[in-house]
Each structure stands twice: as structure tokens, then as C-alpha cells.
Design a protein around this ligand. Structure first.
Ligand code: NAD
Length: 491
């Protein structure tokens, strides 16, 4: 097969829901209302009855009064015992594909419960819930379609972040399982209930328990996994710092050549030149910076606007920001939900306060005090080099450039060392070519927002500090989960 055949054109992505259609909205309401006050309980899902740790209550980041359920944690000892009992998925590729497709059907059938969980455990808006479920289902079906191939590596640790608690969690697992591996899955500690429900459905679909175990926990459980000699490879999505820690742990403890597939953070920029259509640019900027409360790895962090149009564009942008509604993710009228937890909010607020002290905040707002809300905020900077780190929330940084400084801006963007997403708004064709050939970024978006990717047609992943590749949702991704004679000596 050639790479292009592997895109599987005959496969159809999940249709999702049309939120402009009132009867659709009404059926979504009915389906999720049944879970408005439901209490979930997550615990390790392992072979046999293994020792486990303490339990904690799970709270809704949008509503301090709402308890969502309880999590019983795994411990490093649970990890060791689970790894000993892990067994590669022995089923034929066709059987694995059938079961993963069945899991996709079960996910779709349980959409009401998943939406309620995504609202209440992760603070996600309905728009994000729909996108998240679609992507999870697409990953299952896409990797199922690629189940045929070389031999599995063995046992994979899959470690995921809270910001796509269903889609990324499922994508890593589906890839490892489609290739025939055993999986030890550790979701982010903030979103364990969602992960637990997903694994229950995967088991219900027919994935054997010894081939897929769930180990709820924080960094200690993740650390135990990535230094466990019985683990043959790690799929990780999260911050660049954690990826570096994992890489060191693997080098010290795992067999040489054990692969690390890491998708990490970014310092994503957009360039808007004076030929861009202002209304289109403002819409793309607002979506890229503030959708999902800025908690997407792809989100726009640093906007470069050509000086000639900076004043008028900033006025339109702040006008659009004034219209954003912060509030309960369950309500369709909300544009911004909360950030994930107290620690996340404290870090973002400290960043805004420092900018305030330096007189650089161009726009911010008061926030509801019912949850971990952070206001959409616009901060002036000289350039992307002023940004020390990724601020993972609804904070946009604005810099201006003169027309002859375009290459300087590109150099500054590349000098960060990150390379995840990049956006360009221009109506000059030559400029599209000039800029996109020079900027180092995994995913480049021209004259549209720079968030979102589509499994099978728009694979997603970064370069440099933003990830190792291969891109998720693309034809090469599964290769790293398999044994290849040529790949056995290095990683
Ligand atoms: P994080 O790095 O704090 O945590 C990610 C996962 O790693 C969690 O499950 C966590 O428990 C685990 N972990 C923490 N310490 C560990 C250790 N020492 N060993 C093993 N595992 C450990 O990231 P986060 O806050 O959950 O997610 C946000 C980050 O993820 C942002 O930087 C964002 O850009 C990035 N992200 C990247 C992509 C992408 O596709 N490139 C997608 C989503 C999120």
C-alpha cells in the first residue's frame, strides 16, 4: 500500500450534531439531562483485584457546589502488578477492527452521558463536547481501518492530558490496540471519570481486560509506568516539561529503542497583514485564542498584526471580546467555560496580574466566582520572544510589525523552538507561499482559525519542542506502535 491509500477514502467521519437545529438540541437536552446530577465512581480497571490507593471527590470546575463523583486511585504498586498481567491483544486484525468499530458505536450511543461528563468534569461547552466525541469516534474507526500490519511491540503506556479527556485519551489507546498491543492507560488526574467510562465501553465492546487496563493517578503513577521495564513504548500527550521527564525515565529504565511518541505544548502565533479581511481575521482570532477557554494545545497565543491596521483591528477585536459570555458550560449561550482547576487559574491570573502591573493589559473583564473562570484577556508584547512559556488559558498576546519586518517576525516565531500550529491571514498569494515555507510548525492554517484537526484528512502534530511525530490521525501514526526491523535499534 502507498501512504495515500492509507487515508482510507471510503471511511466516513462521524457526523456529529447540528447545533443550529432545534429538534437536535432538544434531543441532546433530554439525553444529557438524565446525568445532570449523576454521581460516577472511577477506580483502577485491572486484571484481578490489585491493591489500590485512597479516594477523592471530583468537583465541577464550573460550579463549586456540584460534586461529580469519586475516584479511587492506583498506586505505583498497582502499576507494577498490572504491567505483569498485561497481555498483547491476540485477536486477528479483522477482529480487533470489528471490536474497535463496535466501541465507536457504543460511544455514539452514550453521547448524553459523555456530554454531561464533559460539561461537569472538564468544564467543556456543548460545541466542544460535540467536537470531542466526534474526534474520539473518528480515531477509533480510523485506526480500526489500519489494524492490518506488522507485529505489535508489546505493552504500551498511554498517558494523556485533561484538555481532550475523551478524544486524545481514546486516540492513543485505539492506536496501540489496533496494532495489537496491550495498553496501560493513565488519564490526566483531573478527568478520570470520563476515561473510566470510556474504558468500560471499550471492554463492553470486546477489548479483553488484560489488553486494556486503566490506572487512575497523577504524576507518581505516570512515573511508575514510564520507568517500568515491562513497558515497551510510551504514547504521551501533555506538556513539553513532562515529556522531557518521561524521556529521561525511559532512557534509564526501559529497553533501548523503546519508542516515545510525544505530542506536547506550543507557543502558537498568527500573522495578520494589512491585506487581510478584517471581519474574517477577527473571527478567526477570537475562535483561535478563546474557544475552549484557550485550553487547546493549538490555541493562538501571540498575534502579530501589521502596524498599518493595528489600531482598527484591535478596536474590532476588543469589541468582539466584549460580546463573549463567560458562564456555565451546560448553557448554549456560554462562549467561555472555566479553566480546569485552581492551580491552572492561579498560574494564568498571576501572568495577567504581572502584565497589569507593567501596564500592558489592553482588555480584561470581571469573572463569575462560581467556578475557576478566567477572563478573556488581551496583553501587549514586543514580540513572541517576550513570552517565557505557554500560558494555557484565554490570554492573547498582541505584537505589531512593519511591512519590511515580516522575515524578522518569522525568525522570532521559529526561535521559540516550538512548532505546533501557525495561522496566516493575508490576501496575497505570494506571501502565503513565502511565509508557510519558512515557519516551522506542524499544522499551518491560512485565512481561517488555527484550531481543530480532522482525523484522516488533516493529521495533527508538532515539531521541535512541540512533538516527536508521527501525526495523530494520519497514515503513519500506527507505525510507531509496531515492530519494524529497521526501527529496532533507535528511537
Ligand atoms: P501535563 O504534562 O501536566 O500532564 C499530562 C499527563 O502526564 C497527565 O496524565 C499527568 O498526570 C502525566 N504526568 C505528570 N507528571 C508525570 C511524570 N513525571 N511522569 C509521567 N506522567 C506524568 O499536561 P496537562 O496539563 O495535562 O495538559 C496540558 C498540556 O498538554 C499543554 O502543554 C498542551 O499544550 C499539551 N497538549 C498537547 C497536545 C498536542 O497534540 N500537541 C494536545 C493536548 C495538550
Amino acid at each position: 500500500t502507498t501512504g495515500l491509500d492509507l487515508f482510507q477514502p471510503e471511511r466516513v467521519n462521524s457526523q456529529g450534531f447540528d447545533l443550529r437545529h432545534r429538534p437536535t438540541l432538544a434531543s441532546i437536552d433530554t439525553a444529557r439531562d438524565a446525568f445532570a446530577t449523576h454521581q460516577w465512581h472511577a477506580a483502577p480497571l485491572t486484571i484481578g483485584d490489585l491493591p489500590h490507593g485512597a479516594s477523592d471527590a471530583v468537583r465541577n470546575p464550573a460550579d463549586f457546589a456540584d460534586t461529580v463523583g469519586q475516584v479511587t486511585w492506583a498506586t505505583p504498586e498497582t502499576v507494577t502488578r498490572a504491567a505483569q498481567g498485561a497481555e498483547r491483544w491476540g485477536a486477528t486484525p479483522a477482529e480487533r477492527a470489528r471490536i474497535l468499530n463496535r466501541a465507536a458505536d457504543l460511544y455514539e450511543a452514550h453521547y448524553g452521558e459523555f456530554f454531561a461528563l464533559l460539561h461537569r468534569e472538564a468544564g467543556k461547552l456543548l460545541l466542544d463536547c460535540v467536537a470531542e466525541l466526534r474526534e474520539a469516534v473518528d480515531f477509533l474507526r480510523y485506526y480500526a481501518a489500519h489494524a492490518e500490519g506488522a507485529e505489535a511491540r508489546g505493552t504500551f503506556a498511554c498517558i494523556s492530558p485533561w484538555n481532550f479527556p475523551l478524544a486524545i485519551f481514546t486516540g492513543q489507546i485505539a492506536a496501540a490496540l489496533a496494532a495489537g498491543n496491550a495498553v496501560l492507560a493513565k488519564p490526566a488526574e483531573q478527568t478520570t471519570l470520563i476515561a473510566h467510562r470510556a474504558v468500560q465501553l471499550l471492554h463492553e465492546a470486546g477489548v479483553p481486560r488484560a489488553a486494556l487496563q486503566l490506572l487512575p493517578g497523577a504524576g507518581d503513577v505516570g512515573g511508575a509506568l514510564t520507568s517500568c521495564p515491562a513497558v515497551d513504548g510510551v504514547a504521551f500527550t501533555g506538556s513539553t516539561e513532562t515529556a522531557q521527564i518521561i524521556h529521561r525515565a525511559m532512557a534509564a529504565n526501559l529497553a533501548p529503542g523503546a519508542p516515545l511518541i510525544a505530542e506536547t505544548g506550543g507557543l502558537n502565533a498568527m500573522i495578520v497583514d494589512s491585506t487581510a479581511l478584517p471581519e474574517q481575521a477577527v473571527q478567526a482570532i477570537v475562535e483561535s485564542a478563546f474557544q475552549s477557554a484557550g485550553q487547546r494545545c493549538s490555541a493562538l497565543r501571540c498575534l502579530y498584526v501589521q502596524e498599518d491596521i493595528a489600531d482598527s483591528l484591535t478596536e474590532m477585536l476588543t469589541g468582539a471580546m466584549d460580546a463573549l459570555v463567560m458562564g456555565d458550560p451546560w448553557q448554549i449561550t456560554s462562549d467561555l467555560g472555566p479553566v480546569i482547576d485552581a492551580e491552572a487559574r492561579a498560574g494564568i491570573v498571576a501572568h495577567i496580574q504581572q502584565a497589569q502591573a507593567e501596564g500592558r493589559v489592553l482588555r480584561t473583564y470581571p469573572t463569575p466566582d462560581t467556578g475557576f473562570y478566567v477572563a478573556p484577556t488581551l496583553i501587549r508584547v514586543q514580540g513572541i520572544g517576550d513570552m517565557q512559556r505557554e500560558i494555557f488559558g484565554p490570554v492573547l498576546h498582541l505584537a505589531t510589525f512593519k511591512s519590511h519586518e515580516l522575515d524578522k517576525v518569522i525568525d522570532a516565531i521559529n526561535a521559540t523552538g516550538y512548532g505546533l500550529t501557525f495561522g496566516l491571514m493575508t490576501r496575497i498569494d505570494d506571501r502565503v507561499q513565502h511565509v508557510t515555507e519558512r515557519v516551522h510548525a506542524g499544522n499551518i492554517y491560512v485565512n481561517r482559525n488555527q484550531i481543530g484537526a480532522i482525523v484522516g484528512s488533516q493529521p495533527f502534530g508538532g515539531e521541535g519542542l512541540s512533538g516527536t511525530g508521527p501525526k495523530a490521525g494520519g497514515p503513519l501514526y500506527l507505525d510507531r506502535f509496531r515492530q519494524h526491523p529497521a526501527a529496532q535499534t533507535g528511537s
